[in-house]
Ligand binder design. Structure first.
Ligand code: FE2
Ligand code: FE2
Length: 323
């Protein structure tokens, strides 16, 4: 657990912007800035993005964080201007992916117009991200943000992140409690579009059982690899880490997935970071800490920092309880 001090914004900014510091330290300051979420924090994040030379991990996390921050009109205006600029520049796809998603989360009137330019996009990750973002903006409009489907997004079990798709309302439509049905929707790339498949995925997260986790992990198997895009798999890896009470059963699937040298870097990155929340044994990931792919080795360092932090907190609790 990181303790956030609202008076330390300039300290967090300095750490995040210090190119000589280890990535996990900088990422941890990034999350502090996201949590404090003031306009000053926005400027610190923008500056860090501009001066960063090589870390796709850091740049994409900054864009992700921007989509999760306060939504006052001042924030929206600043974030939108920044993201528009990012989309006009040449950045790695994983960075542009998070920038598009963040724009969708801001949900300003201009989002759809902005995303039109990606209609003929050839990169699968970007094309799919735009497709999902457009669908989400349209869904929000059509359903009055879920109202007409009887969904109150703020009352969901998992309501701390802005997600690329809502779950189905399984209270109103009990067929969506059927884990097998949800799994079949996610794996069916012929009869369902990606937005519907994402909705099935987020419904499984809402069900929050081990069975639901196993169903989600089917996207990660070699057997289903052709049916599931890198974007879908990275989303699965990301949300598994949120399912704290039940995520342990996903560990073998995730370890297999990250070990596959042919797997897309965006997937391996998200899997590694999620494993950092799930496992205590760093030796399981040792082979990735010096991996030639920068986003893979940096993700491994971040995972190790999560493991170390968790162990330190546990040790502190143990000492307090022993007193
Ligand atoms: Fe993402
Ligand atoms: Fe990520």
């Amino acid at each position: 657990m990181i303790w956030i001090d609202h008076d330390k914004v300039s300290e967090y900014a300095a750490t995040l912007q210090d190119l000589t510091l280890p990535i996990p330290k900088r990422v941890s300051s990034l999350w502090c800035l996201r949590t404090v979420s003031s306009l000053e924090c926005l400027d610190a994040l923008f500056r860090a993005f501009e001066i960063e030379q090589s870390s796709e991990l850091l740049k994409h996390e900054i864009c992700y964080a921007l989509g999760q921050m306060d939504k006052s009109p001042e924030h929206i205006e600043k974030i939108q201007n920044f993201l528009e600029k990012v989309l006009d520049e040449d950045h790695p796809k994983i960075v542009l992916h998070e920038a598009v998603e963040a724009l969708g989360n801001i949900n300003s009137e201009n989002t759809l117009k902005l995303l039109k330019r990606f209609e003929n996009e050839t990169s699968e990750i970007l094309y799919e991200t735009c497709f999902l973002t457009i669908k989400l903006v349209e869904w929000r409009e059509k359903t009055e943000n879920g109202k007409t489907e009887g969904l109150n997004l703020s009352k969901l079990k998992f309501n701390t992140t802005n997600d690329p798709a809502p779950p189905f309302n399984f209270v109103r439509e009990p067929k969506y409690k059927d884990i097998q049905l949800l799994e079949s929707i996610i794996l069916d790339n012929e009869n369902y579009d990606l937005f519907e498949r994402y909705r099935a995925l987020f419904t499984l997260r809402e069900l929050n059982t081990e069975e639901a986790v196993i169903a989600m992990c089917q996207c990660m198997t070699k057997e289903n690899s052709k049916k599931c895009s890198a974007l879908l798999k990275h989303e699965v890896a990301f949300i598994l880490a949120q399912m704290e009470e039940v995520f342990k059963v996903s560990i073998p699937f995730l370890i297999d997935c990250v070990a596959n040298e042919e797997e897309a870097p965006i997937v391996r990155h998200e899997v590694l970071v999620s494993l950092g929340d799930m496992i205590d044994d760093k030796s399981l990931l040792e082979q990735f800490v010096n991996h030639p792919d920068q986003i893979v080795n940096e993700s491994c360092q971040v995972a190790f920092s999560y493991i170390d932090n968790r162990k330190a907190v546990q040790e502190e609790e143990r000492l307090i309880n022993a007193q």
